[in-house]
Design a protein around this ligand. Structure first.
Ligand code: BTN
Length: 259
C-alpha cells in the first residue's frame, strides 16, 4: 500500500494514517488509539480484517481486495447531531466512489452503499462519551468492496454482495479511492455540508418509495415514505400508520434477494 501517494492525493498528514496489512477490526484499533488520545482526523486502514464488525452485532467479511478504513472524528456534536451521522457518511462515501469509479452507488437505509441491487459497502459508527456525557470521539468505519473477487465471499454472501471491480469490469485504483474517502468523509463535521449530504442521501436512496420489511421492536411491512433530517426512516404500515425508525433492520424489496 503506497501510503505516501494516498496522503499526497488526500492532502493528509502521513502521521495521521496508520496502515496494517491485517488486523481484527480497524474500528477496534481506532477506538483504542482514540482512547489513548489520537487526534481528530486520524485514520486506520487495513487490507484484511479477521474479525470485521457490522451493525447490530453482525460480522463483516473482510477479504483481500476490500478497503477497511476507520476514521476518528472529534466533532462537538450534541446527541441530536449524532443521529444522522451514519447516513451523512454514506452520502459522503458515495461521492468518493462516484469521483473515482465514475459510478454512483445508491444508499440502502441506513448504512449500506448499493450497486446492482447488491451490497457494495457498509458503515459502522461507534461514538464514545466523556464522563460529563459529551461526545469524546466517534469512530467511523467503512468496509468497501473495491477490487474484491466475488469468489472470495462466502457462498451465502455472493448473492447479496458485489464489488466495484465486479460491477465496472475493471480493477479500480484503491489508493485513489482511499484518498477520496479521506477527503469526503470529514465533510460530515461541516455544518454547511450537512444539508447537501442529507439531500444526496435521499436523492440516491434505494429505500425510499419501496415496499419494506422492518425489524425494529416488532416485525411489520409497509412503504418507505420519507427520511427526515435526523436520518430516521418513516414507514407507512399496512394499517396506514406512519412509523418512525431510528434504528433497526429494514429489508427493501428488490435488494439483497428480498422479493
Ligand atoms: C455493516 O455493514 O453493518 C457495517 C460494516 C462496517 C465494516 C467496517 S470495515 C472497517 C471497520 N472495521 C470494522 O470492524 N467494521 C468497520
Amino acid at each position: 500500500m503506497d501510503l505516501q501517494r494516498i496522503c499526497a492525493l488526500a492532502g493528509w498528514e502521513e502521521s495521521r494514517l496508520l496502515y496494517l496489512d491485517e488486523t481484527q477490526s480497524t474500528n477496534d484499533i481506532a477506538k483504542k488509539i482514540a482512547r489513548e488520545g489520537a487526534a481528530h482526523g486520524t485514520a486506520v486502514l487495513a487490507s484484511r480484517q479477521t474479525a470485521g464488525r457490522g451493525r447490530l452485532g453482525r460480522s463483516f467479511l473482510s477479504p483481500e481486495g476490500g478497503i477497511y478504513l476507520s476514521l476518528i472524528l472529534r466533532p462537538q456534536f450534541t446527541a441530536e447531531e449524532l443521529l444522522p451521522l451514519t447516513a451523512l457518511l454514506a452520502a459522503a462515501a458515495a461521492d468518493a466512489v462516484a469521483e473515482v469509479a465514475g459510478i454512483r452507488p445508491q444508499t440502502k437505509w441506513v448504512n449500506d452503499l448499493v450497486l446492482d441491487h447488491k451490497k457494495l459497502a457498509g458503515i459502522l459508527t461507534e461514538p464514545a462519551f466523556s464522563h460529563n456525557g459529551s461526545l469524546d470521539f466517534v469512530v467511523c468505519g467503512i468496509g468497501l468492496n473495491c477490487n474484491t473477487d466475488p469468489d472470495s465471499f462466502a457462498p451465502e454472501v455472493q448473492a447479496l454482495a458485489t464489488s466495484l471491480k465486479a460491477v465496472t469490469g475493471k480493477a479500480q485504483d484503491t489508493q485513489a479511492l482511499v484518498a477520496s474517502l479521506l477527503r469526503h468523509l470529514p465533510r460530515v463535521c461541516l455544518p454547511e455540508e450537512k444539508q447537501t449530504l442529507m439531500d444526496a442521501y435521499r436523492k440516491h436512496s434505494a429505500t425510499l418509495g419501496q415496499p419494506v420489511k422492518v425489524l425494529a421492536e416488532t416485525l411489520y411491512t409497509g412503504l418507505a415514505e420519507e427520511i427526515d433530517d435526523s436520518g430516521a426512516l418513516l414507514v407507512r404500515d399496512e394499517g396506514g400508520n406512519l412509523r418512525r425508525i431510528q434504528t433497526g433492520e429494514v429489508s427493501v424489496r428488490g435488494l439483497y434477494g428480498y422479493v
